[in-house]
Design a protein around this ligand. Structure first.
Ligand code: NAD
Ligand code: ZN
Length: 380
């Protein structure tokens, strides 16, 4: 048992005091984990677009002061009451959504939408007692997505923690806890392209490139990348994208362009933009009879999906998925094993690295569109 078990830990955390203002490095107090919680020493964390959206708080409820961060890897420092699945020293990935293992969703083989621990972007406290485990001079600081990984230590519900192979390099596999799995899962778990098939990927950000990686490892022979930003194309080649279509280069709908170059449509398409028109195109560009489209992007709150019902009668299928249909605790360890067996390439997603004290640089890289993933090292 470590000397810190049951004690308040003082450590550094990057606190977002106000929307859109640089994070401030503070000394925070991190309370011990309570019932069904674990305290984790974070070693590496990375920045995802979702952190930026909630930091900007445009169109999101502002919850401040808050410790952001949800893509990370670390080691369990101590565990609270009734925790049997994890022990100090375990290597783990915290995840923004969870698995209680008791509800209808957790018991269903098909669903990962846990009733208890499903993502909640507005909650800034722990479920057990509706309190925060973080404070500065007694003033509570809110949690984010139940993970708050921009802190040297954090407290997480045990159902939002995946225990992984201790030999896995945490500075690489940390990206599996959000961005990579969000794109790769929709392809391999939901669209399931067969060897030799044709796949369209709409949006070539980190999520779309992970979707392309899923198509590559599934043996797709043509992977068509669709993006309105042509500068994304060069990088996408490294992720197995074989052809590019920029909707802006054509004076007809992109679904028609894709139908022409694929003899009627693609076998599968994955939408990773969040744009409603791209969602409609991603559906309409699949082949009659067997084509399947999977929506991943998070749409604007007022968006409405409009298509002619004959598309469904013509046997095109539309699906959507959340966190790639992965159950965080049960499924992520095997994705880590795929990386360990060299079936996945994560290195190409990691374009930048900074020390924790320079975390605001990671925001700049993302806002400038320079980075796919910037790893933030907690040890200087
Ligand atoms: P990103 O901004 O890096 O990439 C999105 C890409 O889409 C950009 O290159 C942009 O140019 C392109 N794009 C925008 N509109 C387009 C259009 N009409 N046609 C073609 N391309 C278009 O974003 P990201 O981090 O890769 O995330 C992609 C999406 O996935 C976002 O909507 C994000 O909110 C969502 N997401 C979903 C989940 C989930 O579980 N469903 C989880 C995390 C993120
Ligand atoms: Zn559940």
């Amino acid at each position: 048992m470590s000397s810190t078990t049951g004690q308040v830990i003082r450590c550094r955390a990057a606190v977002a005091w106000e929307a859109g203002k640089p994070l401030v490095m503070e000394e925070v107090e991190v309370a011990p984990p309570q019932k069904m919680e674990v305290r984790i020493k974070i070693l590496y964390t990375s920045l995802c677009h979702t952190d930026v959206y909630f930091w900007e708080a445009k169109g999101q409820n502002p919850v401040f002061p808050r410790i952001l961060g949800h893509e990370a890897g670390g080691i369990v420092e101590s565990v609270g009451e009734e925790v049997t699945d994890l022990a100090p020293g375990d290597h783990v990935l915290p995840v923004f959504t969870g698995e209680c293992k008791q509800c209808r969703h957790c018991k269903s083989e098909e669903s990962n939408m846990c009733d208890l621990l499903r993502i909640n972007t507005d909650r800034g406290v722990m479920i057990h007692d509706q309190k925060s485990r973080f404070s500065i001079n007694g003033k509570p600081i809110f949690h984010f997505l139940g993970t708050s990984t921009f802190s040297e230590y954090t407290v997480v519900h045990v159902g939002c923690v995946a225990k992984i192979n201790p030999l896995a390099p945490l500075d690489k596999v940390c990206v599996l806890s959000c961005g990579f799995s969000t794109g790769f899962g929709p392809t391999v778990n939901v669209a399931k392209p067969m060897k030799g098939s044709t796949v369209a990927v709409f949006g070539l950000g980190a999520v779309g490139l992970a979707a392309a990686e899923g198509a590559r490892v599934s043996g797709a022979s043509r992977i068509i990348g669709v993006d309105i930003n042509s500068s994304r194309f060069e990088q996408a080649k490294k992720f197995g994208v074989t052809e590019f279509v920029n909707p802006k280069d054509h004076n007809k709908p992109v679904q028609e362009v894709i139908a022409e170059i694929t003899d009627g449509g693609v076998d599968k398409s994955i939408e990773c933009t969040g744009n409603i028109n791209a969602m409609i195109s991603a559906f309409e560009c699949v082949h009659d009879g067997w084509g399947v489209a999977v929506l991943v992007g998070v749409p604007h709150k007022d968006s409405v999906f409009k298509t002619h019902p004959v598309n469904f009668l013509n046997e095109k299928t539309l699906k959507g998925t959340f966190f790639g249909n992965y159950k965080p605790c049960s499924d992520l360890p095997s994705v880590v094993e795929k990386y360990m067996n060299k079936e996945l390439e994560l290195e190409k997603f990691i374009t930048h690295e900074v020390a924790f004290s320079e975390i605001n640089k990671a925001f700049e890289y993302m806002l400038n569109g320079e980075s796919l993933r910037c790893i933030i090292r907690m040890e200087e």
